[in-house]
Ligand binder design. Structure first.
Ligand code: RUQ
Ligand code: CUA
Length: 643
């Protein structure tokens, strides 16, 4: 064991360190021997120890899952916390060579169905699929105020889409594109009684409908607030608002959602958007909106009930807030919600219990504000520890500010108290932050991640394009302590930290999974049993190739098709050993897919070039993995047609 640890400190240094730290200063030989030969790390859940807090020794597991968005990369990344090791990537709006996301029939169907009919002709030349996405906000589904392990919902700002990821298999199963709306920026979910609604903010204002009849007349544009039913992934309703919509959150009572607006001026150029020093938060009254849908108080546009939520409507209230506010964050106490001032050094604290009175016109909009502490420059997002403290990122100051909500309320009433507890430098320019379980009523106040947009000098220089820096901060004590720098590729925009007890993924696929139900149905029509048959079915110019994969062989060592055939290859991984994934790639044919244990994956292409083309396994599965191969023989079209 010792030969694995060449950098072990010398015996003398160990004695010195231990002696300095020990109360009595007397170190027994047996203790010393123990310190030099640590026991083999146990497997299983991580135990709290005196070692460095982020260290998760080999063989031990992290305490939390972190779901990172990846911004313009368009995927979701799963990290373990506190180690901050990347565990997995889930392709969503991007293309992914490893898994074949965007190449397989199963993924293409999801991506194609996620395009509105009006945009399908526009994408026809690209196979009906968007190639890019801008994934900002990953939010898991709730039941009763905390995560329930069913789904993760994510937005695509760039093509106005929302995707759902199944947390049992960590794979995207549905995508929808929203009509009447231009971008989805803020995305959060209903926390109570369950999700329920997925709330989606339209950031840019456009003509509704956007047909070209209205062009350069910004006063005629509108932004839309959309509620998707997370169970069906259908749009429940939309609310047309004044101004625009940036970020959103919801209460713990299931009554209200609220969004920040940075463009109350309704401008289309920067000076216009910044003209006023106050914008607003718009509050949506969910029961009233549902009532409007029932009663028919809406206009149907592109098949969606659109409710008028502009100033003066019974469905919304607009609360003035300084100045171009950005993040919107509900506290785990179920009482407070914070709008982050961005261009104002303040955050605005609401007491959501006052919203009933506001909607009944018993109080004025600003009466719902119970604190507005001055924190520093560029407040963007706020996280919570569940003990009454809040942590706000200060973009311009490159700091995280810890402050106390109760002290802020007292200061707002005129008491001479300072709500600020501590400021810590982060590196550099933080956007989002997120605390462990902090967006649920189970906030546990242990960890905070600060997602910093710039890393500058923190890492080895990798050229003009630098990584970003996700810093881990220990918030379990009275003071914040920075414990880890985490470089990452563009752009971990936001993250959600979920305790591992909330999520329970499968280790191998179930054969009846809906993800490959289409392939199962096709096989059935062809009289093929996917789990045992390897055969070729010819149906005119269409050829369906079925084969199993079992380390280290494919069910077919070759198959023959004719130039011009439309070929669909189905591979079923009949290995049922955990982690025994196969891949299927055809050389020079733009075909590649991953087939995890007990999964079926399929891909369709035209065999348009005659010759011999090897297919091979791309996931290292066996000592004979290199030999896991076969040949596709494509005969020239002329030879196949007898004269
Ligand atoms: S917003 S950096 Cu796209 Cu998440 Cu605040
Ligand atoms: Cu199968 Cu490598």
């Amino acid at each position: 064991m010792n030969e694995d640890r060449p950098h072990q400190p010398s015996r003398r240094r160990v004695i010195g360190t231990l002696a300095a730290g020990a109360a009595g200063g007397v170190i027994a030989e047996s203790q010393l021997a123990q310190s030099q030969t640590p026991p083999a790390p146990p497997t299983g859940p991580r135990k709290e120890g005196p070692a460095h807090k982020t260290e998760v020794p080999p063989g031990q597991l992290d305490d939390y899952y972190v779901f990172f968005s990846s911004g313009q990369t368009g995927e979701v990344r799963i990290y373990g916390l506190p180690s901050m090791r990347e565990l997995m990537r889930i392709p969503v709006f991007n293309r992914d060579s490893a898994t074949g996301w965007g190449l397989t029939n199963e993924s293409r169907k999801i991506l194609q169905e996620g395009v509105l009919p009006e945009y399908r002709p526009h994408l026809a030349a690209r196979g009906g699929i968007y190639d890019n996405g801008d994934l900002h906000h990953p939010h898991p589904s709730f039941t009763d105020g905390t995560y329930d392990g069913r789904y993760l919902f994510v937005n695509d700002k760039s093509n106005t889409r929302v995707a759902r990821i199944r947390l049992d298999v960590m794979r995207c199963d549905r995508i929808i594109q929203l009509p009447n709306q231009h971008t989805v920026h803020g995305l959060r979910v209903q926390k109570y009684p369950r999700t329920g609604y997925v709330f989606c903010n339209g950031e840019y204002r456009v003509p509704v409908p956007n047909t070209g009849a209205v062009l350069d007349e910004p006063k005629k544009y509108a932004a839309m607030f959309t509620a998707i039913d997370g169970d069906t992934m259908k749009i429940a309703w939309q609310v047309m608002v004044d101004g625009n919509l940036d970020n959103v959150d919801a209460d713990y009572q299931g009554k209200y959602a609220f969004s920040t607006c940075y463009n109350s001026e309704e401008g289309v150029a920067l000076p216009e958007m910044m003209a006023k020093d106050q914008d607003w938060v718009v509050i949506f009254n969910l029961p009233r909106i549902e009532e409007a849908v029932r009663k028919g108080d809406y206009k149907e546009i592109n098949g969606v009930p659109v409710i008028n939520g502009r100033h003066g409507s019974p469905y919304t209230r607009y609360v003035p807030v300084p100045n171009s506010p950005h993040g919107m964050n509900t506290a785990p106490d179920g009482i407070h919600a914070v709008a982050n001032g961005k261009l104002s050094p303040t955050v605005t604290v609401f007491d959501v219990r006052l919203f009933d009175d506001l909607f009944n016109d018993k109080i004025k909009p600003r009466d719902t504000v119970v604190a507005e502490p001055h924190l520093g420059l560029g407040p963007l997002h706020t996280a919570y520890d569940g003990r009454g403290n809040a942590f706000t990122t200060l973009f311009l100051d490159s700091q995280v500010c810890k402050w106390n909500i109760d002290l802020a309320r007292r200061a707002y009433k005129g008491e001479k108290v300072d709500p600020i507890i501590q400021k810590i430098d982060v590196h550099y320019q933080p956007g989002h932050n997120h605390s462990s379980m902090g967006q649920t009523k189970d906030a546990d106040g242990k960890w905070l991640i600060s997602l910093n947009k710039f890393s500058k000098d923190r890492f080895l220089n990798v050229g003009p394009l630098k990584p970003e820096n996700d810093q881990l901060i220990d918030i379990s004590g009275d003071r914040m302590v920075l414990v880890h720098d985490g470089p990452s590729f563009s752009e971990p925009h936001d993250a959600t930290i979920v305790h591992r007890s909330k999520i329970n993924p499968k280790s191998i696929w179930s054969r009846d999974d809906a993800f490959f139900a289409d392939a199962v149905a096709r096989a059935k029509k062809d009289g093929v049993t996917l789990e045992s048959d390897s055969k070729v079915i010819r149906d005119g110019k269409k050829v369906r190739v079925y084969m199993t994969s079992s380390a280290p062989v494919f069910g077919l060592t070759s198959f023959e098709v004719t130039e011009g055939d439309e070929v669909t290859v189905h591979v079923t991984n009949i290995d049922d050993v955990e982690d025994l994934t196969h891949g299927f790639c055809i050389v020079n044919y733009n075909v590649q897919m991953e087939v995890a244990p007990q999964a079926t994956a399929s891909v369709t292409f035209v065999a348009d070039k005659p010759g011999v083309y090897y297919y091979y396994c791309t996931w290292f599965c066996h000592a004979m993995h290199m030999e896991m191969q076969g040949r596709m023989l494509v005969s020239p079209a002329k030879a196949a047609a007898p004269k």
